[in-house]
Design a protein around this ligand. Structure first.
Ligand code: AOF
Ligand code: ZN
Length: 355
């Protein structure tokens, strides 16, 4: 098998950690001897073994002279409980390490590779690097921009409407798309809504899909007025310790202080989320908050469930966003589409214009 094929396998393994590794990256590793995979591993959760260590520990034979494939540069930082992976690979007698991406984490960032090379380990990197970057788009953006990655999820009609003028919005998309949203929730570290959505829909923002039983992302409410309903599910249900509130004016009721933060703007919100090590956020907010986030250039991905129906006059998904020239249009890149029941899922990275 080629280097590309083994690296592709590390991507597959890494993806098994999707939803549980945050704020850590998705990492898979395979160990190869005589062109055969002798062991595999992946990172499952923060505090747990890194992918390389999981693969080493799963091996049933000596690793002397073997090659390790891993999608992210092995770590070299020492301010933690377990020794850095690079040192461990050297100790095991691994002769060659093949990597997709360098680790942008300033504590690693090339030093893992330097450590391996200094000890005579052959290192190759950059294999399928664009695919590796895509797999870890959240981790890479968070490391580089010191803020969380925001994925806006919208259910809208062909003419871009999320609701009637009256506010009625249940349901725009079919049952398959709605089930898919629950899987998507489980893959994110947090789900964010605005105060308006909370008052109108009283959403639970729970994951209700059997294969993700036990997974509960953080729930985040962003409000200007602080006028929220204390009886809302997010403040009362069994997961209320997983609810965070960001508000400009004081909150209208009392809620544990560590979960309530006064902010001046959306930049303050994302800064605080990053400080709390929350880096992968799904937005389920309405047109005004979505529009404001787009204006602030804080939308990183759009995940649109598009129903093959029309509403005409109603609430557009970005009704409060506007531009002066067509050249200023934000654009989706790296688009993927597929059908989910009767609806089409369209997702891509949001690229804001330089104008
Ligand atoms: C992972 N899993 O498989 C690899 C990582 O907090 P720590 O000590 O677990 O270190 C996390 C950092 O280690 C992470 O930000 C990344 O830079 C590096 N590599 N992390 O969680 C892994 N290989
Ligand atoms: Zn490591």
């Amino acid at each position: 098998m080629s280097d590309e094929a083994f690296i592709r396998r590390t991507f597959e393994l890494a993806r098994r950690g999707l939803g549980t590794t945050w704020p850590n990256p998705l990492v898979g590793a395979v160990i190869v001897k005589n062109d055969q995979i002798i062991s595999e591993g992946f990172h499952i959760r923060p505090g747990g073994p890194h992918a390389e260590l999981a693969a080493i520990e799963a091996a049933r034979e000596s690793l002397e002279g073997s090659t390790l494939y891993v999608n992210l540069e092995p770590c070299s930082h020492t301010n933690k409980l377990t020794p850095p992976c690079a040192q461990r690979l050297i100790k095991e007698g691994i002769r060659k390490v093949v990597i997709s991406n360098l680790d942008p984490n300033p504590q690693v960032n090339g030093q893992g590779i330097a450590l391996l090379r200094a000890q005579g380990v052959e290192v190759v990197h950059g294999i399928l690097a664009p695919e590796g970057e895509k797999l870890n788009e959240v981790f890479f953006l968070a490391q580089r921009e010191r803020r969380p990655f925001l994925n806006l999820k919208v259910a809208a009609t062909l003419d871009g409407k999320m609701a009637l003028g009256s506010g009625e919005s249940q349901w725009i998309t079919g049952p398959e798309a709605r089930a898919h949203v629950h899987q998507l929730r489980a893959q994110h570290q947090a789900i964010l809504v605005g105060g308006g959505t909370l008052r109108r829909d009283n959403p639970r923002l729970t994951v209700r899909t059997p294969e993700y039983a036990g997974v509960q992302p953080w729930r985040i409410v962003v409000s200007r007025s602080g006028q929220l309903n204390v009886s809302a599910s997010l403040f009362q249900d069994a997961h209320r310790d997983r609810t965070l509130v960001y508000t400009e004016a004081p909150l209208s009721f009392s809620f544990p202080g560590a979960q309530v933060t006064r902010v001046r703007n959306l930049r303050d919100v994302v800064e605080d989320l990053f400080r709390r090590r929350i880096i992968c956020v799904m937005l389920e907010c309405g047109p005004s908050l979505s529009s404001e986030l787009l204006k602030e250039r804080l939308l990183d991905r759009l995940t649109l469930y598009q129903s093959p129906t029309l509403i005409g006059r109603g609430q557009g998904m970005l009704d409060h966003f506007s531009i002066d020239k067509l050249s200023q249009r934000p654009r989706l890149t790296e688009i993927e589409t597929r059908w989910i029941g009767e609806d089409q899922l369209i997702t891509g990275r949001v690229l804001c214009s330089q104008d």
